[in-house]
Design a protein around this ligand. Sequence first.
Ligand SMILES: Nc1ncnc2c1ncn2[C@@H]1O[C@H](COP(=O)(O)OP(=O)(O)OP(=O)(O)O)[C@@H](O)[C@H]1O
Ligand SMILES: [Mg+2]
Length: 224
Amino acid sequence: MIRFSQVSKSYGGPKDALSAVTFHLEPGEIAFLTGHSGAGKSTLLKLILVMERATRGQLVIGGINLGKLPRRRIPHYRRGLGVVFQENRLLADRSVADNVALPLVVSGVPHRDVGRRVRAALDKVGLLWAERRLPEVLSGGEQQRVGIARAVVNKPAILLADEPTGNVDDAMASQIMDLFHQFSRHGVTVLIATHDLRQVSRFRPCRHLVLEGGRLLGDRVLAA
Ligand SMILES: Nc1ncnc2c1ncn2[C@@H]1O[C@H](COP(=O)(O)OP(=O)(O)OP(=O)(O)O)[C@@H](O)[C@H]1O
Ligand SMILES: [Mg+2]
């Protein structure tokens, strides 16, 4: 589902941000990507999102060779991906439901289906009760879960998260990771960049990928 073959990324500086990274994630697999600050975690996710292009090597995501993906096909390709950021990036003047509805509206889902799918996504993250509220009245962890509902409302095959638990306490971090595991059990391929090593060892089975200075130094399966 996610296949990197000898992928390198240079931003033009003296050192590559990613160097010859090779790994493969199967559908429904959940993987944690760790590594010190500057190791290349966000860069790796940005390559999958085609926010950046690889300098060398090949990326095949959901059967699509990104090196051959024309620019005009990028929006359609991205609709198959769900993304969760550290800051939830919610629209402050729109209700929780409107925020979650956004990807559906952008993809042209018929109006009559939007409400139902938004409520299903909010229900999955335990926030159906907050549907009509503005994001600002929710706690940080609740806002982050709204961001997760928005990421999965389109039923993406792949869910990417960059430090999704960076701004929440331990208990909320565990709840958020629990959600990611539920999605992976339903067949979604999940890739999470995180500093939080406790979360990595808590949830098994899972894959653990370790980046150091742009190189993939570790790739192991943590058994249940
Ligand atoms: N747009 C850019 N232009 C130039 N250099 C960049 C750019 N984005 C990232 N880099 C460099 O690439 C390297 C990898 O950065 P990246 O953001 O991928 O690291 P990271 O592992 O996500 O770090 P953090 O844990 O701090 O988020 C760093 O040396 C960074 O300075
Ligand atoms: Mg980063």
